[in-house]
Write a protein that binds this ligand. Sequence first.
Ligand SMILES: NC(=O)c1ccc[n+]([C@@H]2O[C@H](COP(=O)([O-])OP(=O)(O)OC[C@H]3O[C@@H](n4cnc5c(N)ncnc54)[C@H](OP(=O)(O)O)[C@@H]3O)[C@@H](O)[C@H]2O)c1
Length: 331
Amino acid sequence: MPVSSHPTAIHWSVLGAARIALNQVIPAIQQVAGAELIAIASRDLDKARATAAHFGIPKAFGSYEALLEAPDIDAVYIPLPNALHAPWTIRAAQAGKHVLCEKPLALNASQVGEMIAACREHGVQLAEAFMYRHHPQIAQALERVRAGEIGTPRLIRGSFSFELNRPDDVRWDPALGGGALLDVGCYPVSAARLMFGAEPVKALAAATFTPRGVDETLAGVLVFPEERYALMDCSFRLPLRQGLEIVGTAGRIALSWPYNPGPRPTAITLVRGDEETTITVPPANSYALMVEAFNDALLSRRPLPYPPEDAQANMRALDMLAASARSVIGD
Ligand SMILES: NC(=O)c1ccc[n+]([C@@H]2O[C@H](COP(=O)([O-])OP(=O)(O)OC[C@H]3O[C@@H](n4cnc5c(N)ncnc54)[C@H](OP(=O)(O)O)[C@@H]3O)[C@@H](O)[C@H]2O)c1
């Protein structure tokens, strides 16, 4: 049901007892003022009930459909496997629920277009749960880039890899939208677009695919207008590492842990000539800041910081990289 004209709290719900929901986003929703988590659904009613009992969530549903029929729910957080983001976002929109959906918003840009259209038609908000952008380190780095502290940004390098050791993980399944590009490559791509403030016009990529056909390692180049380049890599087969470096005509900025720093303090390194400065950014809960931003938008306290069209543009860049990786020929 759309939020009434002067609501004081948003009634949240969760579709699926996903790891990311249990570990991060449910606790985040529960700590945001003006957000009330009132329901969770799982395909397995016992799991829904156990999760609800563990977190003190009042209602548990044994199907996603049943949750969406509940009239007192305003917003749905969707942490389902990637291939289910578009269908369940569209169903949630049809049920009149606002949607905060996990990254990447869908499998391709055209699906994101359908999600945006459905949400617009039903008068609900849609946001991609790209929590990394809500950490203050990103705002600080962006401010310095925009202020010209490194001159004109020309080159960005971004990486995100980890060892995915669970053979039954949804990320290995092509039918569920698996693969490193969609799972973690989406972060450096998003960060490059954000820091350049522009969209790529061309992409080149190469990847190693599993026998089932998902990319386990991918390295790519995005070409931006005015001779700007972003180099990115992502992998399920390399040690845990993250990086983001923005190189400009007068210096560079590097973030040590740009995407999910967790509770640790983070550092921004600013280099200009011989001068190197380290700016320490105190810990922050990016998940809670993301939920708060969406909740505030629903309460009409401030606009959505990132419209869903941003997710569509990110998906376009991911589509270009995926197409290039699949078309590389030669040994
Ligand atoms: N923003 C972040 O920091 C972050 C971090 C990790 C993951 N993510 C994103 O969150 C989403 C979920 O990732 P996750 O690691 O939390 O996944 P997960 O633990 O495998 O959870 C996915 C959930 O989806 C539900 N589901 C529905 N149909 C399914 C099917 N056919 N196969 C498997 N599960 C199905 C299941 O819930 P029920 O059985 O309870 O219905 C399952 O628990 C992905 O889109 C991922 O990209 C984001």
